[in-house]
Design a protein around this ligand. Sequence first.
Ligand SMILES: *Cc1c(COP(=O)(O)O)cnc(C)c1O
Length: 396
Amino acid sequence: MVIYADNAATTKMSATAVHTMLSVMENNYGNPSSLYSIGQKARETLEEAREEIAGVIGANPAEIFFTSGGSEADNQAIRSAAELGRKNGKNHIVSTAFEHHAVLHTLRKLEKEGFQVTLLDVHSDGLVRPEEVEKAIREDTCLVTVMYANNEIGTIQPIRKIGAICRKHGVLFHTDAVQAVGHLPIDVVQDQVDLLSASAHKFHGPKGVGFLYARKGVRLSSLIEGGAQEQGKRAGTENVPGIAAMAAALKEAAEGMERNTAVMTEKRDRLIRGLKGIPHSALNGDEKQRLPGNVNFCFEGIEGESLLLLLDDKGIQASSGSACTSGSLDPSHVLLAIGRVHDVAHGSLRLSIGEDTTDADIDEMITGVTQVVTYLRSFSPIWRDLVSGKKAFILP
Ligand SMILES: *Cc1c(COP(=O)(O)O)cnc(C)c1O
Protein backbone atom coordinates (compact mmCIF):
# COMPACT_ATOMS: atom_id res chain seq x y z
CA MET A 1 0.00 0.00 0.00
CA VAL A 2 1.19 3.47 -0.78
CA ILE A 3 0.57 6.57 1.30
CA TYR A 4 0.93 9.68 -0.83
CA ALA A 5 2.10 12.49 1.44
CA ASP A 6 3.55 14.92 -1.08
CA ASN A 7 0.51 16.98 -1.98
CA ALA A 8 2.55 20.19 -1.82
CA ALA A 9 4.58 18.93 -4.79
CA THR A 10 1.52 17.95 -6.76
CA THR A 11 -1.92 16.51 -6.21
CA LYS A 12 -3.83 13.69 -7.82
CA MET A 13 -6.39 14.99 -10.29
CA SER A 14 -9.94 14.75 -8.99
CA ALA A 15 -12.36 12.48 -10.84
CA THR A 16 -14.37 15.54 -11.83
CA ALA A 17 -11.29 17.23 -13.30
CA VAL A 18 -10.31 14.11 -15.25
CA HIS A 19 -13.84 13.69 -16.53
CA THR A 20 -14.07 17.34 -17.57
CA MET A 21 -10.73 17.21 -19.34
CA LEU A 22 -11.58 14.01 -21.26
CA SER A 23 -14.98 15.31 -22.22
CA VAL A 24 -13.54 18.56 -23.62
CA MET A 25 -10.84 16.65 -25.49
CA GLU A 26 -13.37 14.28 -27.02
CA ASN A 27 -16.27 16.58 -27.72
CA ASN A 28 -15.03 20.14 -27.72
CA TYR A 29 -11.84 20.29 -29.74
CA GLY A 30 -12.31 23.58 -31.52
CA ASN A 31 -9.90 26.50 -31.50
CA PRO A 32 -11.48 29.23 -29.38
CA SER A 33 -10.27 31.84 -31.88
CA SER A 34 -12.21 30.25 -34.75
CA LEU A 35 -15.44 31.92 -35.76
CA TYR A 36 -17.50 28.85 -36.72
CA SER A 37 -19.66 27.07 -34.17
CA ILE A 38 -17.14 24.43 -33.04
CA GLY A 39 -14.67 27.21 -32.27
CA GLN A 40 -17.31 29.24 -30.51
CA LYS A 41 -18.24 26.28 -28.36
CA ALA A 42 -14.63 26.07 -27.18
CA ARG A 43 -14.65 29.85 -26.60
CA GLU A 44 -17.73 29.45 -24.42
CA THR A 45 -16.06 26.72 -22.36
CA LEU A 46 -13.01 28.93 -21.93
CA GLU A 47 -15.03 31.94 -20.78
CA GLU A 48 -17.14 29.85 -18.44
CA ALA A 49 -13.94 28.59 -16.83
CA ARG A 50 -12.69 32.16 -16.50
CA GLU A 51 -15.90 33.21 -14.78
CA GLU A 52 -15.84 30.24 -12.44
CA ILE A 53 -12.24 30.90 -11.41
CA ALA A 54 -12.74 34.64 -11.04
CA GLY A 55 -15.75 33.99 -8.81
CA VAL A 56 -13.74 31.83 -6.41
CA ILE A 57 -11.16 34.54 -5.69
CA GLY A 58 -13.45 37.59 -5.88
CA ALA A 59 -12.09 38.86 -9.21
CA ASN A 60 -13.69 39.92 -12.47
CA PRO A 61 -13.34 37.45 -15.36
CA ALA A 62 -11.38 40.03 -17.40
CA GLU A 63 -8.75 40.02 -14.65
CA ILE A 64 -7.91 36.31 -15.12
CA PHE A 65 -5.12 35.39 -17.57
CA PHE A 66 -4.48 31.72 -18.27
CA THR A 67 -0.87 30.53 -18.16
CA SER A 68 1.06 27.26 -18.32
CA GLY A 69 1.22 27.12 -14.52
CA GLY A 70 2.48 28.81 -11.41
CA SER A 71 6.03 29.45 -12.62
CA GLU A 72 4.88 31.30 -15.71
CA ALA A 73 2.37 33.34 -13.72
CA ASP A 74 5.10 34.33 -11.23
CA ASN A 75 7.48 35.30 -14.03
CA GLN A 76 4.87 37.34 -15.85
CA ALA A 77 3.59 39.11 -12.75
CA ILE A 78 7.03 40.15 -11.58
CA ARG A 79 8.31 41.12 -15.03
CA SER A 80 5.18 43.18 -15.70
CA ALA A 81 5.49 45.11 -12.44
CA ALA A 82 9.21 45.64 -13.05
CA GLU A 83 8.55 46.99 -16.51
CA LEU A 84 5.90 49.38 -15.22
CA GLY A 85 8.30 50.48 -12.50
CA ARG A 86 11.14 51.10 -14.89
CA LYS A 87 8.90 53.36 -16.97
CA ASN A 88 8.35 55.47 -13.86
CA GLY A 89 11.99 55.46 -12.84
CA LYS A 90 11.38 52.96 -10.02
CA ASN A 91 13.69 49.99 -9.91
CA HIS A 92 13.46 48.58 -6.38
CA ILE A 93 11.62 45.38 -5.45
CA VAL A 94 10.86 43.98 -1.99
CA SER A 95 10.47 40.24 -1.45
CA THR A 96 11.42 37.54 1.04
CA ALA A 97 14.23 35.01 1.32
CA PHE A 98 11.88 32.01 1.33
CA GLU A 99 9.96 32.53 -1.90
CA HIS A 100 9.64 29.79 -4.50
CA HIS A 101 12.47 29.70 -7.02
CA ALA A 102 10.09 30.87 -9.76
CA VAL A 103 10.09 34.17 -7.86
CA LEU A 104 13.66 34.22 -6.53
CA HIS A 105 15.27 33.35 -9.86
CA THR A 106 13.18 35.94 -11.71
CA LEU A 107 14.31 38.54 -9.17
CA ARG A 108 17.93 37.46 -9.57
CA LYS A 109 17.63 37.99 -13.31
CA LEU A 110 16.09 41.40 -12.81
CA GLU A 111 19.03 42.33 -10.57
CA LYS A 112 21.33 41.59 -13.50
CA GLU A 113 19.13 43.93 -15.54
CA GLY A 114 19.67 46.78 -13.08
CA PHE A 115 16.93 46.32 -10.48
CA GLN A 116 17.63 46.43 -6.77
CA VAL A 117 16.06 43.71 -4.68
CA THR A 118 15.57 43.67 -0.91
CA LEU A 119 14.94 40.15 0.40
CA LEU A 120 13.40 40.29 3.85
CA ASP A 121 14.42 37.81 6.49
CA VAL A 122 11.79 35.41 7.64
CA HIS A 123 11.45 34.88 11.37
CA SER A 124 11.97 31.50 13.03
CA ASP A 125 8.19 30.97 13.03
CA GLY A 126 8.23 31.12 9.23
CA LEU A 127 6.23 34.34 9.13
CA VAL A 128 6.98 37.65 7.46
CA ARG A 129 6.36 40.77 9.56
CA PRO A 130 4.19 43.39 7.79
CA GLU A 131 5.98 46.24 9.59
CA GLU A 132 9.27 45.03 8.11
CA VAL A 133 7.71 45.09 4.65
CA GLU A 134 6.63 48.66 5.29
CA LYS A 135 10.10 49.64 6.48
CA ALA A 136 11.68 48.18 3.34
CA ILE A 137 9.48 50.19 0.96
CA ARG A 138 11.35 53.15 -0.56
CA GLU A 139 10.52 56.02 -2.89
CA ASP A 140 11.71 53.93 -5.81
CA THR A 141 9.94 50.66 -4.88
CA CYS A 142 7.78 49.39 -7.73
CA LEU A 143 6.77 45.97 -6.38
CA VAL A 144 6.36 43.92 -3.23
CA THR A 145 6.10 40.18 -3.80
CA VAL A 146 5.38 37.89 -0.84
CA MET A 147 4.01 34.36 -1.12
CA TYR A 148 0.57 33.57 0.33
CA ALA A 149 1.63 30.29 1.90
CA ASN A 150 5.06 28.70 1.84
CA ASN A 151 5.38 25.48 -0.13
CA GLU A 152 7.88 23.83 2.21
CA ILE A 153 6.85 24.77 5.72
CA GLY A 154 3.24 25.72 4.97
CA THR A 155 3.20 28.98 6.91
CA ILE A 156 0.41 31.38 5.91
CA GLN A 157 1.57 34.97 5.58
CA PRO A 158 -0.31 38.08 6.78
CA ILE A 159 -1.27 38.93 3.19
CA ARG A 160 -4.15 41.27 4.01
CA LYS A 161 -1.94 43.44 6.21
CA ILE A 162 0.82 43.52 3.61
CA GLY A 163 -1.75 44.35 0.92
CA ALA A 164 -3.02 47.31 2.92
CA ILE A 165 0.53 48.61 3.43
CA CYS A 166 1.32 48.36 -0.28
CA ARG A 167 -1.90 50.08 -1.27
CA LYS A 168 -1.19 52.88 1.21
CA HIS A 169 2.24 53.45 -0.32
CA GLY A 170 1.06 53.08 -3.92
CA VAL A 171 3.28 50.05 -4.56
CA LEU A 172 2.10 47.05 -6.59
CA PHE A 173 1.63 43.85 -4.58
CA HIS A 174 2.07 40.38 -6.05
CA THR A 175 1.50 37.17 -4.15
CA ASP A 176 2.50 33.68 -5.24
CA ALA A 177 -0.67 31.95 -4.06
CA VAL A 178 0.08 28.59 -5.66
CA GLN A 179 -0.13 26.76 -2.32
CA ALA A 180 -3.13 28.76 -1.14
CA VAL A 181 -5.64 28.80 -3.99
CA GLY A 182 -8.11 25.96 -3.53
CA HIS A 183 -6.97 25.47 0.07
CA LEU A 184 -7.63 28.81 1.77
CA PRO A 185 -10.43 31.31 1.26
CA ILE A 186 -9.02 34.09 -0.90
CA ASP A 187 -10.54 37.42 -1.83
CA VAL A 188 -8.29 39.57 -3.98
CA VAL A 189 -10.31 42.72 -3.24
CA GLN A 190 -10.21 42.37 0.54
CA ASP A 191 -6.60 41.23 0.44
CA GLN A 192 -5.76 44.30 -1.72
CA VAL A 193 -3.68 42.16 -4.03
CA ASP A 194 -2.75 43.51 -7.48
CA LEU A 195 -1.26 40.35 -8.94
CA LEU A 196 -1.76 36.73 -7.86
CA SER A 197 -0.38 33.46 -9.25
CA ALA A 198 -2.02 30.04 -9.09
CA SER A 199 -1.47 26.56 -10.50
CA ALA A 200 -4.07 23.86 -11.19
CA HIS A 201 -2.00 20.83 -10.22
CA LYS A 202 -1.76 22.02 -6.62
CA PHE A 203 -5.55 21.78 -6.20
CA HIS A 204 -6.35 18.49 -7.98
CA GLY A 205 -6.35 19.94 -11.48
CA PRO A 206 -4.01 19.02 -14.33
CA LYS A 207 -0.32 19.94 -14.62
CA GLY A 208 0.83 22.56 -17.08
CA VAL A 209 -1.99 25.02 -16.54
CA GLY A 210 -2.51 27.91 -14.15
CA PHE A 211 -3.58 31.50 -14.06
CA LEU A 212 -2.48 34.99 -13.22
CA TYR A 213 -4.89 37.46 -11.67
CA ALA A 214 -4.06 41.04 -12.61
CA ARG A 215 -6.23 43.76 -11.10
CA LYS A 216 -7.96 45.96 -13.69
CA GLY A 217 -5.62 48.83 -14.49
CA VAL A 218 -2.43 46.83 -13.87
CA ARG A 219 -0.91 46.49 -17.30
CA LEU A 220 0.65 43.11 -17.99
CA SER A 221 3.53 42.68 -20.38
CA SER A 222 3.68 39.43 -22.31
CA LEU A 223 6.38 36.79 -21.99
CA ILE A 224 5.24 35.02 -25.15
CA GLU A 225 4.61 36.90 -28.37
CA GLY A 226 2.26 35.75 -31.10
CA GLY A 227 -1.49 35.75 -31.45
CA ALA A 228 -3.91 38.02 -29.60
CA GLN A 229 -5.11 35.45 -27.05
CA GLU A 230 -5.64 36.47 -23.42
CA GLN A 231 -6.18 40.15 -24.25
CA GLY A 232 -2.91 40.13 -26.18
CA LYS A 233 -0.93 39.32 -23.02
CA ARG A 234 -0.28 35.61 -23.53
CA ALA A 235 -0.05 34.31 -27.07
CA GLY A 236 -0.78 30.72 -28.03
CA THR A 237 -3.92 28.66 -28.56
CA GLU A 238 -5.49 28.22 -25.15
CA ASN A 239 -5.23 24.87 -23.34
CA VAL A 240 -9.01 24.48 -23.31
CA PRO A 241 -9.20 20.96 -21.80
CA GLY A 242 -6.70 21.89 -19.09
CA ILE A 243 -8.38 25.19 -18.33
CA ALA A 244 -11.84 23.60 -18.12
CA ALA A 245 -10.46 20.92 -15.80
CA MET A 246 -8.73 23.57 -13.68
CA ALA A 247 -12.01 25.43 -13.25
CA ALA A 248 -13.83 22.21 -12.34
CA ALA A 249 -11.15 21.33 -9.79
CA LEU A 250 -11.20 24.79 -8.25
CA LYS A 251 -14.99 24.81 -7.99
CA GLU A 252 -14.86 21.47 -6.22
CA ALA A 253 -12.07 22.64 -3.92
CA ALA A 254 -13.93 25.82 -3.03
CA GLU A 255 -17.15 23.96 -2.30
CA GLY A 256 -15.42 21.40 -0.09
CA MET A 257 -12.95 23.80 1.51
CA GLU A 258 -14.55 24.28 4.89
CA ARG A 259 -15.09 20.59 5.49
CA ASN A 260 -11.70 19.57 4.09
CA THR A 261 -9.90 22.15 6.19
CA ALA A 262 -11.54 20.93 9.38
CA VAL A 263 -10.81 17.27 8.66
CA MET A 264 -7.24 17.81 7.46
CA THR A 265 -6.29 20.19 10.25
CA GLU A 266 -7.23 17.58 12.82
CA LYS A 267 -5.16 14.91 11.06
CA ARG A 268 -2.26 17.32 10.56
CA ASP A 269 -2.20 18.16 14.27
CA ARG A 270 -2.27 14.49 15.22
CA LEU A 271 0.66 13.82 12.92
CA ILE A 272 2.55 16.75 14.45
CA ARG A 273 1.87 15.50 17.96
CA GLY A 274 3.06 12.02 16.99
CA LEU A 275 6.30 13.17 15.41
CA LYS A 276 7.07 15.48 18.32
CA GLY A 277 7.52 12.27 20.29
CA ILE A 278 10.80 11.68 18.44
CA PRO A 279 13.62 13.13 20.58
CA HIS A 280 15.74 15.96 19.20
CA SER A 281 13.21 16.92 16.56
CA ALA A 282 11.44 20.17 15.81
CA LEU A 283 8.46 21.31 13.78
CA ASN A 284 9.40 23.89 11.15
CA GLY A 285 7.11 26.90 10.95
CA ASP A 286 4.34 28.18 13.18
CA GLU A 287 2.11 25.41 14.49
CA LYS A 288 -1.23 27.12 13.85
CA GLN A 289 -0.61 29.67 11.07
CA ARG A 290 -0.04 26.90 8.55
CA LEU A 291 -1.73 25.12 5.65
CA PRO A 292 -4.15 22.39 6.77
CA GLY A 293 -2.08 19.73 4.99
CA ASN A 294 1.48 20.72 5.86
CA VAL A 295 3.79 19.01 8.33
CA ASN A 296 7.52 19.76 8.19
CA PHE A 297 10.06 18.51 10.72
CA CYS A 298 13.79 18.50 11.30
CA PHE A 299 15.39 15.49 12.96
CA GLU A 300 18.85 16.01 14.31
CA GLY A 301 21.65 13.58 13.43
CA ILE A 302 20.22 12.22 10.18
CA GLU A 303 20.14 13.10 6.54
CA GLY A 304 16.86 13.82 4.78
CA GLU A 305 17.60 11.97 1.57
CA SER A 306 18.17 8.62 3.33
CA LEU A 307 15.02 9.21 5.34
CA LEU A 308 13.03 9.66 2.14
CA LEU A 309 14.38 6.54 0.50
CA LEU A 310 13.70 4.34 3.51
CA LEU A 311 10.22 5.79 3.90
CA ASP A 312 9.61 5.01 0.25
CA ASP A 313 10.48 1.38 1.02
CA LYS A 314 7.68 1.49 3.59
CA GLY A 315 5.30 2.91 0.99
CA ILE A 316 5.36 6.45 2.37
CA GLN A 317 5.92 9.08 -0.32
CA ALA A 318 7.28 12.24 1.23
CA SER A 319 9.70 15.05 0.47
CA SER A 320 12.67 16.66 2.13
CA GLY A 321 11.51 20.08 0.99
CA SER A 322 10.50 21.21 -2.43
CA ALA A 323 10.59 18.90 -5.43
CA CYS A 324 12.70 21.50 -7.20
CA THR A 325 15.60 21.23 -4.77
CA SER A 326 15.51 17.48 -4.28
CA GLY A 327 18.45 16.04 -6.10
CA SER A 328 20.69 18.87 -4.97
CA LEU A 329 22.79 18.47 -1.85
CA ASP A 330 22.28 21.98 -0.55
CA PRO A 331 19.82 22.20 2.31
CA SER A 332 16.57 23.99 1.64
CA HIS A 333 16.82 27.78 1.29
CA VAL A 334 13.54 28.00 3.18
CA LEU A 335 14.87 26.21 6.25
CA LEU A 336 18.03 28.30 6.16
CA ALA A 337 15.88 31.43 5.87
CA ILE A 338 14.03 30.59 9.10
CA GLY A 339 17.37 30.17 10.83
CA ARG A 340 17.96 26.42 10.84
CA VAL A 341 21.68 25.66 10.72
CA HIS A 342 22.96 23.48 7.86
CA ASP A 343 23.31 20.26 9.90
CA VAL A 344 19.77 20.46 11.20
CA ALA A 345 18.27 21.62 7.89
CA HIS A 346 19.75 18.52 6.24
CA GLY A 347 17.55 16.28 8.35
CA SER A 348 14.24 17.68 7.17
CA LEU A 349 11.05 15.96 6.16
CA ARG A 350 7.87 17.38 4.63
CA LEU A 351 4.70 15.32 4.82
CA SER A 352 1.90 17.10 2.97
CA ILE A 353 -1.33 15.24 3.50
CA GLY A 354 -4.42 15.47 1.34
CA GLU A 355 -8.19 15.28 1.60
CA ASP A 356 -8.02 11.49 1.23
CA THR A 357 -5.44 10.86 3.95
CA THR A 358 -6.98 8.53 6.54
CA ASP A 359 -6.44 8.16 10.28
CA ALA A 360 -4.75 4.84 9.58
CA ASP A 361 -2.35 6.63 7.19
CA ILE A 362 -1.47 9.09 9.94
CA ASP A 363 -0.74 6.25 12.38
CA GLU A 364 1.37 4.49 9.80
CA MET A 365 3.36 7.67 9.09
CA ILE A 366 4.05 8.27 12.79
CA THR A 367 5.24 4.67 13.23
CA GLY A 368 7.18 4.62 9.96
CA VAL A 369 9.02 7.90 10.50
CA THR A 370 9.84 7.03 14.12
CA GLN A 371 11.29 3.66 13.06
CA VAL A 372 13.33 5.07 10.18
CA VAL A 373 14.75 7.98 12.21
CA THR A 374 15.76 5.59 15.01
CA TYR A 375 17.32 3.19 12.51
CA LEU A 376 19.29 5.91 10.69
CA ARG A 377 20.54 7.34 13.95
CA SER A 378 21.76 3.90 15.04
CA PHE A 379 24.67 4.08 12.61
CA SER A 380 25.04 7.84 12.09
CA PRO A 381 28.50 9.16 13.08
CA ILE A 382 26.96 12.59 13.77
CA TRP A 383 24.42 11.04 16.10
CA ARG A 384 27.20 9.12 17.91
CA ASP A 385 29.06 12.41 18.49
CA LEU A 386 25.90 14.03 19.78
CA VAL A 387 25.07 11.21 22.16
CA SER A 388 28.65 10.96 23.47
CA GLY A 389 28.67 14.70 24.12
CA LYS A 390 31.44 15.36 21.60
CA LYS A 391 29.02 17.71 19.87
CA ALA A 392 26.16 19.60 21.45
CA PHE A 393 22.57 18.97 20.50
CA ILE A 394 20.89 21.89 18.78
CA LEU A 395 17.32 20.63 18.97
CA PRO A 396 15.91 19.77 22.41
C1 LIG B 1 4.42 24.56 -7.31
C2 LIG B 1 4.70 25.96 -7.02
C3 LIG B 1 5.06 26.86 -8.03
C4 LIG B 1 5.26 26.42 -9.46
O1 LIG B 1 4.05 26.07 -10.07
P1 LIG B 1 4.10 25.20 -11.43
O2 LIG B 1 2.68 25.14 -11.89
O3 LIG B 1 4.62 23.86 -11.04
O4 LIG B 1 4.98 25.93 -12.38
C5 LIG B 1 5.28 28.18 -7.70
N1 LIG B 1 5.14 28.61 -6.44
C6 LIG B 1 4.79 27.78 -5.43
C7 LIG B 1 4.64 28.33 -4.06
C8 LIG B 1 4.57 26.43 -5.68
O5 LIG B 1 4.24 25.62 -4.68
